[in-house]
Design a protein around this ligand. Structure first.
Ligand SMILES: Nc1ncnc2c1ncn2[C@@H]1O[C@H](COP(=O)(O)OP(=O)(O)O)[C@@H](O)[C@H]1O
Ligand SMILES: [Mg+2]
Length: 362
């Protein structure tokens, strides 16, 4: 058990970093902020020089990887944090300074249990990508296969576990204050955050998701998942087939290579529907940085840290909603939202159908 004074010390340290980036001002001014929390903020910013425009992303980056992840989550909720903060937080998706290769080598050797040379003929010391949780290096196995090696940042698991413990402590105390602080259910929010990030911190689990998706999509034309190299995969290292392709975000290059863009779009949508609606297991981090187009035009997905599951009933609802929206049957779409309790029953179905039409027709 970590002592309360350790949690308080960490919170004050983070509070001070937030204050120096001007990230506490909004919260301090908000009328809903409990007076106890406001007092803590005042102590945190004591004597700090506070900039005019808040830099939330800079503050989260300075605090550490768990805060970066939390910030990335908040970036998707402009309804909670406000438009301006959400836009600022989006920069947390940019790449970070990489971990020097000697440390990555040590992490691979520790994870796989032997000298690097026993597994790889060559590993490029310059990473192809470096994010808050992991970085990726290109390499060749001793058998001569081209691979991508994804390695957790050294210490990231311990770091997360430690910080989340303090989040939990703070959430419990916040919730006990009552009022607005209780209504936002901070403990449940942190529990969810913990569940999702702990999954991302286990690369063997990510490899298993890739493998599960590969079998689910077996035989689906024009879409595939790279093969996992299980002999070189553990909790902290994942080795998979290297994909020589164009990132789907690089529109110019796709056109230059002669790919048929409308056909790619159609296949991507079909691949998603096949996963989510037919299978109920889908790639839930399907942004343009995680999709490649191979020379033969096959779409290849990477990065399986976040996957979604939908039960059978919800798949029917989702299918009916999409079908209703594309065929203009707004009444049916509205009814499903009530049936599924996506919309509370005290609203009016016909009003909701009109609102859907206002969005769907244009
Ligand atoms: N199998 C692969 N083949 C080629 N490049 C890869 C492969 N896997 C990852 N990469 C490169 O590394 C980057 C980061 O990998 P990714 O799995 O998306 O990690 P993160 O979870 O940090 O986003 C990718 O955007 C891509 O450029
Ligand atoms: Mg990625």
């Amino acid at each position: 058990m970590t002592a309360p004074r350790t949690h308080i010390f960490r919170l004050l340290k983070w509070g001070r970093i937030l204050a120096r980036h001007g990230a506490l001002k909004g919260l301090e001014a908000a009328p809903q902020t409990p007076p106890e929390v406001r007092r803590l903020f005042r102590i945190a910013r004591l004597g700090a020089s506070v900039p005019k425009t808040p830099d939330y992303a800079g503050a989260f980056r300075a605090i550490g990887p768990a805060a970066i992840k939390l910030g990335q989550t908040l970036a998707t909720r402009p309804d909670l944090v406000g438009e301006e903060a959400a836009i600022n937080l989006l920069s947390l998706q940019d790449s970070l300074p990489p971990v020097p290769f000697p440390e990555i080598r040590a992490e691979i050797e520790l994870g796989l249990g032997g000298p690097l040379e026993r597994f790889f003929a060559h590993v490029d010391p310059v990473p192809v990508g470096a994010a808050s949780i992991a970085q990726v290096h290109r390499g060749t196995t001793i058998e001569g296969r081209d691979v991508a090696i994804k390695v957790l940042r050294p210490g990231v698991r311990k770091n997360f576990a430690r910080d989340i413990e303090t989040y939990e402590w703070a959430a419990a105390h916040l919730e006990a204050l009552g009022g607005e602080a209780t209504r936002l259910r901070p403990q449940l929010t942190i529990a969810n955050f913990k569940r999702w990030t702990m999954r991302e911190l286990d690369l063997r689990r990510e490899a298993a998701s890739a493998s599960e998706l590969a079998s689910a999509m077996d035989g689906h034309p024009g879409y595939r998942v790279p093969e996992i190299d299980w002999d070189r995969t553990c909790g902290t290292v994942m080795t998979l087939e290297w994909i020589d392709g164009i990132k789907i975000s690089n529109r110019e290059a796709l056109i230059a290579a002669g790919h048929d863009l409308p056909d790619l779009a159609r296949r991507l949508v079909l691949a998603f529907l096949r996963q989510a609606i037919a299978g109920g297991f889908f790639h839930a981090d399907m942004h343009q940085g995680n999709l490649f187009v191979a020379p033969d035009s096959t779409i290849v997905a990477i990065d399986f840290g976040i996957m979604g599951r939908i039960n059978r009933q919800a798949r029917f609802w989702l299918a009916e909603i999409l079908y209703g929206l594309t065929t203009g049957n707004y009444k049916r779409v509205a009814e499903i939202h009530f049936e599924a309790q996506y919309v509370p029953s005290y609203h009016n179905v016909d009003e909701f159908a009109t609102a859907l039409r206002a969005v769907g027709e244009p």
